[in-house]
Design a protein around this ligand. Structure first.
Ligand code: SF4
Ligand code: SF4
Length: 315
């Protein structure tokens, strides 16, 4: 496994980052011991970096893993916008992971200069906690080219977690090439870059080798976060990251794991999920039920977090 210094931070991360979103309640909701076993397999094979979020509900898995792997690099993120919400989400991360510090704390889903301005108070809080030694690096996660460009030029931002994949899926305000240029700028400004959605949230799984080849050839990323929920996925991904190939048996296992967004018929058509989806992938039909435009959906499961009726899920 290759390890890289994350931009100008003092954090060294494996080229493959364990994306924990698929383990938790927004997606597969795997039993604690099974989820821990998947993360531990990745660590055994060289991964030292895990990505989570206040929203994901995966801190309990990480807490278990940290008991025996104390140096695991943990990146998390929240929608905090002011001092109070920043304090709450940081305290929740510390309490629920059982750790006295968080390696990387990001402002989740930033869209550009305006949202960065709107979250300034939270950012200031996280920067103050960095000076106190509670956080090691601060930054943003984003699907927007504009946000990457803005954060690249902010000296107080250490890390950027942008979306990129060879089809440009999920980039909200530009092309793949424009996102590549923005990330290059950020990388050259010394930002730590770890990419999300290299497999398009699962859409590119049948094309996994091309998707990985593209992202591993992209020279401006220190690490790539890939969501994993099975030991076979861990073994396949690490095999490709280390040798550029995936054994046939693992490749067929991966292709059999089709994921999709499912909306139960008890949906009441309130529209909260439609407002929540930054990909504009949900609509309400003439019968007053939500439906998904599969070609736009990145299978992140964020819409499920706002449904009071538990009617929407990525499975
Ligand atoms: S939030 Fe839930 S109940 Fe409301 S429209 Fe979406 S799926 Fe239906
Ligand atoms: S529809 Fe839901 S799962 Fe799909 S991209 Fe939107 S928020 Fe994510």
């Amino acid at each position: 496994m290759q390890y890289n210094q994350l931009g100008n931070t003092d954090i060294f991360v494996s080229k493959l980052c364990f994306g924990s979103l698929p383990l938790g309640p927004l997606q597969k909701n795997i039993a604690l011991k099974d989820g821990v076993a998947v993360i531990e397999k990745a660590i055994e094979l060289g991964v030292n970096f895990i990505d989570t979020a206040d929203l994901y509900g995966t801190y309990p898995y990480i807490k278990e893993v940290l008991k025996t792997h104390k140096d695991l690099v943990v990146a998390t993120k929240s929608y905090a916008y002011d001092t109070e919400t920043a304090k709450q989400t940081l305290e929740r991360a510390l309490h629920q992971t059982g750790r006295e510090y968080i390696d990387i704390f990001l402002l989740h889903e930033q869209e550009g200069p305006l949202t960065l301005k709107g979250h300034r108070e939270a950012l200031e809080y996280f920067i103050a906690k960095k000076h106190d030694g509670i956080i090691r690096a601060v930054g943003i996660s984003t699907h927007h080219v504009t946000a990457v460009k803005a954060a690249a030029l902010m000296k107080e931002i250490d890390v950027i977690h942008p979306i990129l994949n060879y089809k440009g899926l999920g980039i909200v305000d530009g092309s793949r090439q424009e996102m590549e240029q923005a990330i290059k700028l950020a990388y050259e400004c010394g930002k730590g870059i770890y990419i999300m959605k290299a497999l398009g949230g699962g859409h590119l799984i049948t094309d996994i080798q091309q998707a990985f080849r593209y992202i591993l050839d992209f020279p401006y990323a220190h690490s790539i976060a890939v969501g994993m929920q099975r030991v076979e996925e861990v073994c396949a991904n690490i095999s490709f990251f280390e040798s550029g190939t995936i054994p046939n048996n693992l490749q067929s296992a991966l292709e059999s794991y089709e994921r999709k967004l499912f909306i139960h018929d008890w949906c009441v058509g309130c529209g909260k999920c439609v407002d929540r989806c930054s990909q504009n992938a949900l609509r309400i039909d003439s019968d007053g039920k939500a439906y998904v435009l599969h070609e736009k959906c990145l299978l992140c499961g964020y819409c499920g977090s706002v449904c009071d009726h538990l009617a929407i899920k990525v499975i």
